[in-house]
Write a protein that binds this ligand. Structure first.
Ligand SMILES: C[S@@+](CC[C@H](N)C(=O)[O-])C[C@H]1O[C@@H](n2cnc3c(N)ncnc32)[C@H](O)[C@@H]1O
Length: 272
């Protein structure tokens, strides 16, 4: 079946995707959207975009599948060494000291847009190595890609995917099988994977750290601002926000403060 997408079809579908997820399609990435739609139309056995539009506005499940299919899920273990070092050598020690003073012993983290799980598992391994005795960490990891979440939940990765895991962590936190590497239970237990669309409020409160790296780039400015301000509401009043190294809050209406360390830059929410 030959399928062409008119300008008005493109406008209609991209507007709906934007309203549902914040993901913004420009003329440049129109071919990606066309290719995903071609696949979906074939599977749904439909001929026209108009028919498909009717389907996604009627059936929530198909809308979810379309959103999943247009996401970019590229990720890897210990992505961005500078961020991982700032987390290990600056943020964790600072938060531990702060919590001790308050007689608290838990660090709460959200990996928002966690894709197939490499980011939250990397954070959990660093926490397992560095948290002092008596301290615990809980990580909520969320995404709107159900396919990615399924991989994340298994915690199983083929050999090609484990590049980046430091040598000392590999035998300690993975079990080698004939097909690949399985994350050990003690690390899995630290993470709760959940479906969540960043377009909406998560209901999470009092978090110490939000990692949302390489997600905002898919949104336009208005959607980015909405997401970032919802992070503000989810964080406690002594907290950190880490976004991707090519992302910035510059020019955005937000109360987050830019913070520079020897390792990396990120944002903070601290009392004045
Ligand atoms: C490139 S991956 C980044 C993964 C990881 N944070 C990293 O930096 O390696 C972007 C992820 O954001 C997710 N995403 C995009 N829009 C989203 C939305 N509205 N709500 C939740 N997740 C979203 C995608 O499904 C994808 O898994």
């Amino acid at each position: 079946m030959l399928f062409t997408m008119s300008d008005s079809d493109f406008e209609k579908i991209k507007t709906l995707i934007y309203e549902k997820s914040g993901i913004h399609f420009s003329e440049n990435n129109r071919p990606i959207l066309e290719s995903r739609l071609r696949e979906r139309l074939k599977i749904a056995n439909l001929e026209t975009i108009t028919d498909y539009y009717k389907l996604i506005t009627r059936e929530e499940e198909e809308m979810k599948i379309l959103l999943d299919s247009v996401t970019t899920n590229l990720t890897r273990f210990f992505r961005n060494t500078a961020h991982m070092q700032a987390f290990e050598y600056y943020i964790i020690p600072e938060l531990v000291e702060y919590k001790k003073k308050k007689n608290e012993n838990e660090i709460k983290i959200w990996s928002a847009g966690c894709s197939t799980g490499e980011e939250p598992y990397s954070l959990a391994m660093v926490l397992a190595e560095t948290l002092p005795k008596g301290f615990k960490a809980s990580i909520t990891a969320s995404d709107l890609s159900l396919k990615s979440l399924m991989t994340a939940k298994t915690g199983f990765y083929p050999e090609t995917r484990i590049a980046g895991v430091p040598d000392k962590y590999l035998p300690k936190y993975f079990e080698k099988t004939t097909e690949g590497y399985q994350i050990v239970d003690s690390i899995k237990k630290m993470i709760k994977f959940d479906y969540h669309n960043l377009k909406f409020d998560s209901g999470l409160k009092g978090l110490d750290i939000v990692f949302c790296r390489n997600v905002l780039i898919y949104f336009d400015e208005a959607a980015q601002e909405g997401v970032v301000n919802r992070f503000w509401d989810s964080l406690g009043n002594h907290a950190y926000l880490i976004i991707g190294h090519s992302e910035s809050l510059f020019g955005m209406k937000t109360k987050f403060k830019f913070h520079k360390t020897d390792w990396a830059t990120f944002y903070t929410k601290m009392p004045d």
